[in-house]
Design a protein around this ligand. Structure first.
Ligand SMILES: *Cc1c(COP(=O)(O)O)cnc(C)c1O
Length: 494
């Protein structure tokens, strides 16, 4: 299957090439030329395990990858999740379910794609004849960085460099990255926010000059952010899997619609749900939940994307984003795949921080999506309420989604079953979660985690406890202007 750029100036022969490149040369994002329809295969997916379902969905796009090998890679990737289930569905209330995506090695949903991406990328490089060292550049709002580092550490033929906002991640997230092991890794704090990191990385990707320079070191760039189709495609699978689990549990009948609420930042997770729907999964509404950085709420309700606004640091830092990269893939579809129009809008966004859809596109957007946001106080109240009333301990990102899902369900009383995607373990944000459930303020992230365990009887994950004694290897913080120098220096390092 061919992959085309949303900006129309280039394409990739197949998924292998699209994944190896990461970003299209014209600055656009690679999208599949068409969406395979798998509605007819849903029934056969019911009896499969998670890895089998994932391999089936991923294989529809990655036709040139060997099917047996892909399945083996999925089995390996997902065997590292708690109890071997990468995406369990938990019932928390009548008609309300939580899809837990945080049981992987770094306790965030990013693990679902990033435990598999090293295989997809290295195989993709082999299939497209790429022999140079691949340098993975990552901009992270907290969770992608760690998940990518774990996935790619000490993998042959790959180096990885992660930029995170130095004051924009939780204590646990920062510790996870600063203590990263591996000989091929680099972690750097940037004075700025996630958008600054993402813009710096995108700039490097589209600079012919930097690429030329890296070539002299036999290095080519790729991305582990959700701008890479290889990051996105494993995420489509859990929508299918959750649906199958609900059928198997007798909660729905095959063919019934299900709604999904997604805590959204860069629009990768929810876009995967939109793609699942295009592939024939019976999805009703996709509910987009934001924190106080509510640029997406406004966009979905009005059709105007306006990034000219105050940036808030919240207790759900992985959603503290004003420039949502994957939205480009959505507006490309809304525009009837008009790449010239998409390119023009992205140009407007770059120049003026703003663009608008047509009335017709806005109507189409509203028929597929519902959007709302939740402020800090509401988020804390939701964590408390979910814990007290349902006995379920959730992290702040999930709480934002639960809050917005509640608003949607109240407004639509005979709606379908609702699945809320849970994207991180509460222990990654222990101080804020503890404060929300008990009113106690504790400075130290580990003490907060221990107290939370006592209160909730949810055990502290080993990945958290281990951080306490790990050596801090990466403490460097740079100005955003110095990211190019940092990348070139790391690329040259043997
Ligand atoms: C990355 C992340 C999100 C946002 O996901 P997008 O794909 O960027 O929309 C939400 N919650 C957590 C915990 C995350 O790590």
């Amino acid at each position: 299957m061919r992959f085309i750029s949303t900006r129309g100036k280039c394409f990739a022969e197949n998924a292998a090439q699209a994944i190896t490149k990461g970003l299209a040369e014209d600055g656009g994002l690679f999208v599949p030329e068409s969406f395979p329809d798998v509605a007819g295969e849903l029934k056969s997916m019911l009896k499969m395990d998670y890895a089998e379902r994932a391999a089936l969905i991923i294989g529809k796009f990655l036709e040139e990858y060997d099917k047996g090998e892909l399945l083996a890679a999925c089995k390996t990737a997902y065997s590292g999740f708690e109890e071997g289930d990468a995406a369990p569905v938990v019932k928390v209330d009548d008609d309300l379910f939580v899809l837990e995506l945080f049981h992987g090695p770094t306790l965030a949903f990013k693990d679902i794609a990033l435990t598999l991406l090293p295989y997809l990328l290295r195989k993709g490089a082999t299939l497209s004849g790429e022999k140079e060292t691949i340098l993975i550049l990552v901009a992270t709002s907290g969770d992608t960085g760690k998940a990518a580092l774990e996935g790619f550490k000490d993998k042959e033929g790959v180096k990885i460099c992660v930029f995170y906002p130095s004051e924009g991640v939780s204590d646990m997230q920062k510790l996870q990255m600063c203590t990263q092991e591996g000989a091929n890794v680099n972690v750097v704090g940037v004075k700025g926010n996630f958008d600054d990191c993402q813009t710096a990385v995108k700039k490097i990707f589209t600079s012919a000059e930097i690429k030329e320079k890296l070539k002299t070191e036999n290095v080519v760039l790729s991305s582990a952010n959700s701008i890479n189709f290889g990051r996105l495609v494993p995420q489509i699978a859990y929508y299918f899997s959750a649906y199958c689990d609900l059928v198997n549990a007798g909660e729905i009948t095959l063919g019934d619609n299900v709604d999904f609420t997604v805590p959204t930042g860069n629009f990768g997770n929810i876009l995967a749900g939109f793609y699942a729907k295009k592939m024939g999964l019976p999805v009703g509404k996709l509910v987009c939940a934001s924190n106080s950085n509510n640029v997406l709420t406004e966009f979905i309700l009005s059709g105007t994307y306006d990034a000219n606004r105050e940036f808030f640091k919240t207790m759900s830092p992985s959603m503290d984003i004003l420039i949502s990269s994957n939205l480009e893939r959505l507006i490309f579809e809304l525009a009837g795949r008009d790449s010239a129009l998409t390119a023009a809008r992205m140009d407007e966004l770059k120049k003026f921080g703003k663009y608008s859809l047509t009335k017709k596109e806005t109507n189409a957007l509203e028929s597929e999506f519902f959007a709302d946001y939740c402020d800090e106080e509401e988020c804390a109240a939701q964590i408390n309420e979910t814990f007290t009333e349902q006995g379920y301990l959730c992290d702040p990102h999930t709480a934002v989604a639960l809050k917005v899902a509640g608003v949607y369900c109240d407004e639509n009383t005979n709606s379908d079953k609702m699945v809320v995607l849970s994207t991180a373990s509460p222990y990654k944000f222990s101080q804020n979660v503890l404060r929300a459930v008990s009113g106690k303020s504790v400075k130290d992230a580990f003490s907060a985690a221990e107290m939370l365990e006592t209160l909730s009887a949810v055990p502290v994950p080993a990945q958290i406890t281990q951080l306490k004694t790990k050596e801090k290897r990466f403490l460097k913080v740079i100005d955003k202007a110095d990211t190019v120098k940092e990348v070139c220096g790391f690329a040259a390092k043997r």
